[in-house]
Design a protein around this ligand. Structure first.
Ligand SMILES: Cc1cc2nc3c(=O)[nH]c(=O)nc-3n(C[C@H](O)[C@H](O)[C@H](O)COP(=O)(O)OP(=O)(O)OC[C@H]3O[C@@H](n4cnc5c(N)ncnc54)[C@H](O)[C@@H]3O)c2cc1C
Length: 421
């Protein structure tokens, strides 16, 4: 377990923009270092992407989304508008530069570099949550029972094996299991399975939104300030941010943390950092009475979705829709999760399910941006966690506190630097 730094840090006035899981964890780690922290969000804590994720602490996820074989499969995937990957064609011209970088990130050498950097960031990252969760009385909202990657299609299982070899090469513990062994672990699974993988070190949240809200409450109880304000601009003087301008006024600061998820690009540009952030939109259905019981999350590569048992019921969450921040949700993409879910779990019922869409903040190389803005050293950029924001929230928060406190970071941060593109 990691605790606050033994080295004294000069207390500063710090503004954190964005009260998602990344901003809230950053605020808490900064507070533990003795800073005076103000957390600003135009909504309530956890109401962005952090609201409805699949709740998986996916510590095995060292590989980028784009792998050498991925691109060949893209045209086939796009043929089904409700499939695991969809593109809003009208958005293509704006997305094109991001897509080109996404393609570049799938080259074998680059995949290897990304996997190394992600393995370093993910290693032990759950430990950074432990003190925060314990202090907020939330330790029991996270359980470690592993997770299963289940496959219906033998060809996808074969491709899965190649990915698993890469994961193993980067220290991930994973076991291949046959269909019967998987059904013994999760009897609700279909008899039609081709097989799958078990990752024993993965944990999941029973209430990912409740965790953000609970952590934010603890931050406020221990002297932090949370205000519902929209940040318009960062005021920079002589190469330093001196204040944050919002729809309500002006907040002076000695350091700022941009943790505004998928909406961070414009704020980063305001401190001179040009970051190709876009969004991979995702959907969920949460079913209060699903008629099936799971002990741990099950991921389906066939459908690009996770099925996670949570306090509120079974959550079916995932898929990727490339369509920017403005287009309205395509609710068919949420509803189809029930049909797909019942292929995996024949007993699944979905009446009364609630549905949601969220904006994953995604960089084309599947790595977050984590570091000071190149020309404005007191602006710390901490966004772009894509599929892994819940997993990496506390780790990011701890690294943010090291950067603000000007301590040597406990990890080489060069792979995640904002000017790497
Ligand atoms: C369907 C789906 C499933 C997922 N499953 C998982 C999973 O199982 N495990 C995992 O690790 N990750 C998962 N993710 C990803 C994860 O949810 C995100 O990476 C994470 O929530 C990002 O957190 P964040 O704090 O960066 O952004 P957000 O939670 O989006 O928070 C950003 C906040 O910034 C605020 N903001 C933006 N602009 C401004 C402004 N100008 N002024 C004030 N406030 C502003 C927003 O209101 C928002 O509250 C999933 C995502 C989706 C969509």
């Amino acid at each position: 377990m990691t605790s606050a730094s033994p080295n004294p840090v000069r207390p500063r006035q710090v503004v954190v923009i964005g009260a998602g899981i990344v901003g809230v964890c950053s605020a808490l780690w900064l507070q533990r270092d003795g800073h005076r922290v103000t957390l600003l969000d135009r909504q309530g804590p956890g109401e962005g992407a952090s609201f409805g994720n699949a709740g998986v602490f996916a510590v095995e996820s060292v590989l980028p989304v784009a792998l050498p074989g991925t691109l060949a499969r893209v045209p086939g995937m796009l043929a089904d508008p409700l499939g695991p990957l969809a593109l809003r064609w009208g958005y293509l011209p704006r997305l094109a530069p991001w897509l080109l970088r996404f393609v570049a990130a799938s080259r074998p050498r680059r995949v290897e570099e990304i996997a190394q950097a992600m393995a370093a960031l993910l290693e032990g990252c759950l430990d950074d949550y432990l003190p925060l969760l314990a202090d907020a009385g939330l330790a029991e909202t996270v359980v470690r029972r592993g997770w299963i990657g289940a496959y219906l299609d033998p060809a996808k299982l074969a491709a899965g094996r190649r990915a698993v070899e890469l994961q193993r090469a980067h220290g991930v513990t994973v076991e291949e299991l046959g269909a019967e062994a998987l059904r013994q672990m999760e009897p609700a699974l279909t008899r039609e399975l081709a097989g799958g993988f078990y990752y024993p070190e993965v944990a999941h949240s029973l209430d990912s939104y409740g965790t953000v809200v609970g952590l934010a409450r603890r931050f406020a109880e221990t002297g932090g300030t949370i205000r519902r304000e929209e940040v318009r601009r960062l005021q920079v003087e002589e190469g330093r941010v001196v204040a944050v301008e919002t729809d309500r006024g002006r907040e002076p600061c000695e350091a700022v943390v941009v943790a505004a998820g998928a909406w961070s690009r414009r704020l980063a540009a305001g401190v001179g950092a040009s970051v190709p952030l876009d969004t991979e939109r995702g959907y969920h259905l949460t079913i209060a009475e699903p008629g099936v019981q799971l002990s741990r999350p099950v991921y389906s590569s066939d459908f690009g979705m996770a099925c996670t048992p949570m306090s509120a019921g079974l959550r079916l969450a995932g898929t990727v829709e490339l369509g920017g921040l403005e287009a309205p949700p395509d609710w068919r993409r949420a509803e189809v999760l029930a049909t797909r879910g019942s292929r995996l779990f024949p007993g699944l019922r979905s009446e009364g399910a609630s549905r949601w869409m969220g904006f994953r903040p995604s960089l084309p190389d599947s790595m977050p941006v984590l570091g000071a803005a190149p020309r404005v050293p007191n602006a710390i950029l901490a966004f772009g966690h894509g599929h892994l924001g819940l997993t990496l929230g506390a780790r990011t928060g701890r690294l943010v506190a090291e950067l603000v406190g000007q301590r040597p970071p406990s990890l080489d941060l060069s792979p995640y630097r904002p000017d790497r593109f």
